[in-house]
Ligand binder design. Structure first.
Ligand SMILES: *[C@@H]1O[C@H](CO)[C@@H](O)[C@H](O)[C@H]1NC(C)=O
Ligand SMILES: *[C@@H]1O[C@H](CO)[C@@H](O)[C@H](O)[C@H]1NC(C)=O
Ligand SMILES: *[C@@H]1O[C@H](CO)[C@@H](O)[C@H](O)[C@H]1NC(C)=O
Ligand SMILES: [Cu+2]
Length: 676
């Protein structure tokens, strides 16, 4: 949820030698490959040749049209890669520019000035500059003196300010808030309340200063999370544990294309979205063909509104992807702890504010998961004189990224199963955003405090996390329909049966967008994306279904300003016709947006979605009421959902999956019967 995910940034700075990018060969690319370091540097060279003093806020692949990608895939050995293009969003003279750069012709194809509401993602460098500026602001230093705090122990953090109904043009601003170290590295547990420094980012000037109240800074004691800082008593220690693959992994990676078991997909890194999974297809052994499942899937936005109305808090309604860059905040994964021993790692590249590419090492890990679970089993005990047991271990493939957006660490997993399922999960760890208070015991509190008292002087604020996924399923082809199969309670009349009631399935195919806006709740329904032009042998439409996780929806009113900006959370499921430019549910320019470019607005057109290329948007989330166990750092809490084949295969696709080869442990018995 919050600001300044830039701790590691400066260690990772990368300057590309000039000689390499001119020799860059571009014809080996998959059309959806992210821009390479060479290409990113080329983008910088092309743009800065004609534009000076601009700041780069986003650089990424301007993906080719879907039809071009699909036809490239069909002839991939012979087809020429479509021209490589970059989308660049930059600020220049207080204006937002949107450039398209063609890397094959080394030219700027278009340069549009955006004049609507909202601003691009913040850069690390401007946040750092704003924080430093705030720390040197004389009235701030006076406030610090009054509080008896040490200047050198203070850390500034840039918070996006949202929009609360202001009219007219707005300035691009952040509010810098402060935390205190002095005996801990867990600075978020030591907020310095009451002070707000408002900084104009384009001018890089302080434009407002408030010191409203003095509240004790929570103590450092007990906040540090590092092993070296922990004092006894300690918990029990487990024996060693790992996953061993003596023959290596069962997946292969060619560039960004990953193949494992029956799956084949493309993995790209984007500085806004983080991981993007594309052109996922599964090999059907019975049909002997590669079948399309998902054209593109990624997290379009993470909306994190806080519920505290105090002056230093009411505006904290963050859009982590659109404001801070979910990819930009990705952190190098730690071998052996973030990912198991059998993981392989992949780098990603982002662009710094001056256009310089940055190598983010180990941004993804890819590994096979074996956690002792069962893929399928059955014991047949009903045949007289026989006991037949058959079972298979579950082994899956996981792609992981961790993004540390300020205090929060989001663990993003895409898990592919041999059964054809894709499980998407999000783990939340890291530290809470807390408010300093005078209270040290709940019995002292007789006012609304918008949170839980977690420790002395420490209130954990109520908030939500909403993650909206873009899921462009292309089940066996582009043209799909969205089907809602309601499980309907039916009463039995007359003497038809001794039963009084039963339930049955009543399916409706959504014709238009308005038919597919779904607030999940107690009414059971199966939600399917089917191909109405393809049927199984017995005649069912081939499909995939969404199996939602725990259901969360907004508790704010629709006319609340932050909820207008986050209106895409109003429904858990939306379906829209595919449109290449409808990518970011909170709008392309999310910082200080006014809700005029959200999924909720797009879908007001109520377009036709039956037997069309459609995109499903799914919002999962968490209402977060903090508990004391979340202090000083949260054990991971997870949520997720599943995309599961549903009449996609003619029968169980993993019946004939053989168990993995047995691993012989050195000097260990391979089975119980080998034991002496
Ligand atoms: C770029 O910024 C620098 C420093 O602010 C200034 O000296 C220079 O004139 C600017 N160049 C242009 C082309 O605006
Ligand atoms: C990025 O950094 C990693 C680790 O230092 C290195 O192995 C990799 O080659 C770098 N990537 C490029 C393209 O230079
Ligand atoms: C695609 O979406 C954008 C933004 O909503 C809209 O302006 C444009 O008209 C749409 N294109 C088509 C072909 O519907
Ligand atoms: Cu939370």
């Amino acid at each position: 949820m919050a600001p300044a995910c830039n701790t590691l940034f400066f260690f990772l700075f990368f300057t590309f030698p000039l000689s390499i990018f001119s020799a860059a060969s571009i014809h080996f690319h998959h059309p959806l490959d992210p821009l390479t370091l060479q290409e990113l540097d080329q983008v910088r060279t092309i743009i800065t040749a004609s534009h000076h003093n601009l700041t780069f806020h986003y650089v990424g692949l301007d993906e080719p049209d879907k039809s071009i990608v699909v036809s490239w895939l069909a002839h991939r050995t012979t087809a020429k890669t479509p021209p490589r293009r970059a989308l660049v969003i930059a600020r220049l003279n207080h204006q937002t520019h949107q450039f398209i750069v063609d890397l094959s012709t080394h030219s700027i194809v278009s340069d549009e000035i955006y004049s609507g509401s909202g601003f691009p993602m913040l850069t690390f460098e401007e946040q750092t500059a704003a924080n430093s500026l705030a720390l040197t602001h004389a009235p701030f230093r006076a406030s610090v003196g009054r509080r008896g705090l040490k200047m050198e122990e203070i850390v500034g953090l840039s918070y996006t300010v949202g929009w609360y109904g202001e009219e007219g043009t707005s300035r691009r601003i952040v509010k810098v808030m402060f935390c205190y170290l002095d005996g801990t590295v867990n600075l978020y547990m030591r907020p310095i309340e009451g002070i707000t420094v408002t900084v104009d980012l384009d001018e890089m000037k302080v434009i407002a200063y408030h010191d409203r109240l003095m509240v004790p800074v929570p103590k450092a004691d007990g906040t540090d999370f590092r092993e070296s800082k922990q004092k006894p008593p300690f918990g029990p220690r487990l024996k060693g544990i790992t996953v061993v693959q003596p023959d290596g992994p069962s997946f292969t990676i060619h560039g960004h294309q990953i193949s494992w078991a029956n799956w084949d997909f493309h993995l790209a890194f984007d500085m806004r979205a983080g991981p993007i999974i594309s052109v996922a297809s599964i090999y059907d052994v019975e049909k002997k063909e590669q079948r399309r499942v998902l054209y593109r899937g990624y997290i379009s936005e993470l909306f994190v509104p806080y519920m505290d109305l105090t002056e230093e808090w009411y505006f904290r309604t963050f859009f982590d992807a659109g404001e801070y860059g979910f990819g930009l905040c990705a952190m190098p994964l730690q071998p052996l702890t973030d990912c198991p021993e059998n993981a392989v790692f992949m780098d990603g590249y982002v662009t710094g504010q001056n256009g310089t590419p940055v190598n983010m090492t180990n941004v993804f890990c890819i590994f096979e998961r074996y956690a002792g679970d069962i893929m399928w089993r059955h014991t047949e005990a009903e045949i007289p004189g026989k006991l037949i047991t058959e079972s298979r271990p579950e082994v899956s493939l996981v792609v992981r990224m961790v993004s540390a957006v300020g205090n929060y660490d989001y663990i993003i997993d895409w898990e592919f199963l041999q059964s054809g399922s894709i499980k998407l999960s999000v783990g939340l760890s890291g530290v809470l955003e807390v408010r300093g208070t005078t209270y040290t015991h709940v019995d002292q509190i007789h006012e609304e405090v918008y949170g839980t008292l977690l420790a002395d002087n420490t209130l954990g604020a109520y908030h939500d996390h909403f993650l909206t996924y873009h899921l462009d399923l292309d089940v066996d082809g582009d043209t799909n329909s969205f089907v809602k199969s309601n499980l309907r309670k039916t009463l039995v009349s007359g003497n038809r049966s001794p039963r009084r009631s039963y339930w049955t399935v009543v399916s409706e195919t959504a014709k238009r967008e308005s038919d597919a806006k779904i607030q999940l709740g107690l009414k059971p329904a199966e939600l399917l994306v089917v191909n109405p032009n393809k049927r199984t042998k017995v005649g069912n439409y081939v499909g995939y279904r969404l199996i939602p996780g725990s259901v969360v929806g907004p508790l704010l009113t629709d006319d609340d300003y932050s909820q207008r900006r986050g209106a895409f959370t109003r429904y858990n499921v939306w379906v829209t016709p595919y449109n290449k430019s409808e990518k970011w549910v909170g709008g392309l320019y999310t910082d200080q947006s006014r809700g005029d470019d959200t999924l909720a607005q797009w879908s007001l057109r109520d377009r036709e979605i039956e037997n069309k290329d459609i995109v499903m948007w799914y919002t999962m989330g968490f209402h977060h009421v903090p508990y004391q166990e979340d202090f000083p750092l949260m054990p991971t809490i997870s949520g997720g959902f599943e995309l599961r084949p549903s009449n996609f295969f003619d029968s169980n696709p993993v019946l004939k999956v053989k168990p993995p080869r047995q691993v012989k442990w050195p000097s260990c018995p391979t089975s119980i019967s080998d034991l002496p």
